[in-house]
Design a protein. Sequence first.
Length: 88
Amino acid sequence: MNACTRCKAEIIWAETENGKPMPLDPEPVEDGNVTLHKRRVGIPVAVVLGRKQLDNLHAHAVRFGPPVVLYRSHFASCPFADQFRRPR
């Protein structure tokens, strides 16, 4: 397992659909918005879900149980996240 260089919390790495590295908190959370898809080789692909997709998943979960494990970007929980943001 890897650790955040600033807050030292454990993280896992994934890659966005655009090929960018994305740090994630390692434990699934109910209010997450990221799903992971495994590849045959390499790190998993992180898919960030929008509000409508999340609403559909939650409605499905009420009826049939949780269909997908959700994670949270470490940028959402790291107290030092602002130091990693690039200026626009």
